[in-house]
Design a protein around this ligand. Structure first.
Ligand SMILES: Cc1cc2nc3c(=O)[nH]c(=O)nc-3n(C[C@H](O)[C@H](O)[C@H](O)COP(=O)(O)OP(=O)(O)OC[C@H]3O[C@@H](n4cnc5c(N)ncnc54)[C@H](O)[C@@H]3O)c2cc1C
Length: 371
């Protein structure tokens, strides 16, 4: 029997695994994928996450793989309008964050178990029995469901995921090469007609993360992402003849999904990360909130398992993190609306979703006139 079984090896599950393992608490991680992915996905680490990584001994390798100080270059109707300095976060692909955490976890003696899908849960006063899709059973004192927005753990427990999901995709995304395009900027093109495309150079690779409003077909339905579609969107919004997008390694689409789990503790099973809350990507808080959930859950489980604390510590985890989730959902919804509104103005871009939008800072007061 292990102390903690973690379902899911995204940023949340891996952060929790590293935190427990460094405290000497026996932990296992099961992951339904057959192997790690290489998708850029959540690409910004906030200072709070870096502080968590500092404690886990991961911050240095993450800083080495990432890039600070990238400039946002804004264009309107194909013309370069302005440049804005980056915020205080670190640009790095999600797969690289996961790789750094996995490497640290291996140093601590734990390896992710791939091709292992959680399929059923039974629990009693003594522990949890997790059944995998292949029929094998793992016994643990606690189970942490870090298995993403479609969380099997949450569904198996019958916990409602309250909120709403938009009918249509709001964005297509992918990782592509764009030979000839400068890698010094996060390029953001918007137009008076209302569409836009963003290409962000991902460190440690020769690809860009592409984000764009999707194409619609003759019936008004959004088209799925494809390299040909990305090129059509690029030509329409960026208007840079000669740049040919190539070699897509990830194609995806995203729709607005704003939901929070009704509970994140049910007996010996706890939820964290996207399994507990999903919200708009503006401000880049999804992955970062999951990393901070994991740090809080690691502290709570350690207090119960090795510190002699009572189960009320796990209730406190639920109260504390559900309040954070509610605040993040409200905050990111507002940030998203701010960005959608701001990009109608030439020279504006994703900085409108930051904590402190440089365009909204009070202007310097006029010097007082001599009487
Ligand atoms: C297109 C896109 C763009 C994004 N952009 C940003 C951004 O800019 N900034 C930001 O902060 N966030 C961003 N996010 C959000 C960010 O990617 C997520 O918030 C983050 O991945 C959540 O981490 P997680 O570990 O909780 O869940 P996930 O990363 O989803 O990991 C869950 C893991 O659980 C595994 N799993 C699922 N079910 C089972 C099962 N039954 N058994 C075992 N394993 C299972 C999955 O395979 C997966 O590996 C983006 C997300 C998407 C999809």
């Amino acid at each position: 029997m292990t102390d903690v079984l973690i379902a899911g090896s995204g940023p949340t599950g891996l952060t929790l695994a590293c935190d427990l393992a460094r405290r000497g608490i026996p932990v296992r991680v099961v992951e339904q994928r057959e192997a790690p992915h290489r998708e850029s996905r959540g690409k910004g680490l906030r200072p709070g996450s870096l502080q968590v990584f500092e404690e886990l001994g991961v911050a240095e390798r993450v800083r080495a793989a990432g890039r600070a100080g990238l400039v946002l270059r804004k264009y309107f109707d194909g013309e370069h309008v302005t440049d804005t300095p980056a915020d205080d976060g670190l640009l790095i692909g999600q797969w690289q964050i996961e790789e750094a955490l996995r490497d640290r976890l291996a140093e601590l003696g734990v390896r992710v178990e791939y091709g292992a899908r959680l399929a059923a849960i039974r629990q009693d006063e003594a522990g949890v029995e997790a059944e995998l899709a292949d029929g094998s059973v793992i016994r643990a004192r606690y189970l942490a469901g870090c298995d993403g927005g479609g969380s099997t753990t949450r569904k198996l427990l019958g916990i409602p995921f309250e909120g709403h999901t938009a009918q249509e995709e709001a964005m297509v995304l992918g990782d592509v090469r764009a030979p000839g395009l400068s890698r010094e900027f996060w390029h953001q093109w918007f137009t008076a007609e209302g569409g836009g495309i963003l290409l962000c150079p991902m460190p440690g690779t020769d690809s860009f993360q592409l984000q764009a409003m999707p194409e619609v077909d003759e019936r008004g339905a959004t088209r799925p992402p494809s390299l040909e579609g990305f090129q059509r969107l690029f030509d329409r919004y960026a208007r840079m003849p000669g740049i040919e997008l190539a070699d897509p390694t990830w194609l995806s689409s995203w729709r607005i999904n704003v939901r929070v789990a009704a509970r994140i503790r049910q007996g010996r099973v706890l939820l964290a990360g996207d399994a507990a809350h999903v919200h708009p990507i503006a401000g880049g808080l999804g992955m970062n909130t999951g990393i901070e959930d994991a740090a809080a859950l690691g502290r709570a489980l350690a207090a119960v398992l090795t510190g002699g604390a009572g189960e009320e510590v796990l209730d406190a985890y639920e109260t504390e993190r559900l309040a954070v989730a509610a605040a993040v959902v409200a905050d990111t919804t507002q940030r998203y609306e701010r960005v959608v509104e701001a990009v109608r103005t030439p020279g504006r871009g994703t900085e409108a979703g930051r904590d402190r939008d440089p365009y909204d800072l009070p202007a310097k007061p006029e010097p007082e006139q001599e009487p």
